[in-house]
Design a protein around this ligand. Structure first.
Ligand code: SF4
Ligand code: SF4
Ligand code: SF4
Length: 253
């Protein structure tokens, strides 16, 4: 039998929610361990091996010079590096801080900032080569399983390129934009959650980040027609993915 691929799971600047999503794999977790060898996962394991890894999953963005060095070291020891979740992809919620002057939020939080050496919050791709991105805040557990399966079979994973609206239609939901003029981010947001929020009558906030090739400008125009102020539109595009190329302009950069 071939050796099981070694996997490392790492946390940088984020809320740990992506790692928690992996703990939702509990019903298949023991089966998973038959096919992969998780050698590094500080949240879960007492003893961790410092690489090398066949696949490293990175949760969280990069926000300090120390993290820049750490991610580079992990990259050197990883055959495949995956940005696991929106923080690792483009900073996500922590990157909201990038829209105010550097150190302004730190000065509000810490009484002594002499030991704080923060940078802008960026996705890991700013500093290292990324081989795959798994979108979501957090990504759905099935996306993780699909990626593992594809890696073992050495095929391309079937990751969704379409928007939340497609999943919304599958669920036969009434569209919140057209029926109630509620500003929903679904048309530009990557599918993967099963249209969770619109199915509960709430607008999509964009937590899976941009879909493939979204028309963000057109949606911003629709929000304007609905009556949103420019500031509110920018906040919507900033919330989860303001640093991405796809949303940057509408986020006000
Ligand atoms: S992507 Fe979302 S769930 Fe994952 S670490 Fe960032 S904020 Fe938390
Ligand atoms: S409610 Fe939102 S996600 Fe659903 S179809 Fe309308 S715009 Fe798309
Ligand atoms: S509907 Fe939008 S905000 Fe809600 S979980 Fe899905 S992607 Fe995230």
């Amino acid at each position: 039998m071939n050796k099981k691929p070694t996997v490392g799971i790492f946390k940088f600047t984020g809320c740990a929610g992506c790692q928690l999503e992996l703990l939702h794999l509990e019903d298949v977790f023991l089966d998973l361990l038959k096919i992969i060898d998780i050698t590094y996962w500080v949240m879960v394991k007492r003893e961790n091996i410092e690489g090398p890894w066949d696949i490293s999953f990175i949760e969280g963005g990069i926000s300090t010079p120390q993290e820049i060095e750490e991610i580079k070291q992990i990259r050197k020891k990883s055959k495949i590096m995956v940005a696991f979740g929106d923080c690792a992809i483009a900073g996500c919620i922590p990157s909201i801080r990038n829209w105010i002057p550097q150190m302004e939020s730190e000065n509000k939080v810490y009484t002594d900032t002499s030991v704080i050496h923060s940078t802008k919050v960026m996705g890991i791709g700013e500093y290292v080569k990324v081989d795959a991105v798994l979108k979501g805040c957090p990504p759905h557990r099935d996306t993780f399983l699909e990626f593992i399966k594809a890696s073992l079979l050495q095929i391309r994973p079937r990751l969704r390129q379409h928007p939340v609206c497609v999943e919304c239609k599958y669920r036969d939901n009434e569209c919140l934009i057209t029926s109630k003029k509620i500003p929903c981010m679904g048309p530009v947001t990557s599918a993967g959650c099963g249209a969770l929020c619109p199915s509960l009558g709430r607008e999509c906030e964009g937590c899976f980040g941009p879909m493939s090739n979204p028309n963000a400008a057109a949606l911003a125009d629709i929000f304007k027609e609905i009556g949103l102020h420019q500031e509110d539109i920018e906040r919507k595009f900033r919330k989860y993915a303001g640093m991405t190329i796809e949303f940057r302009k509408e986020a006000g950069q």
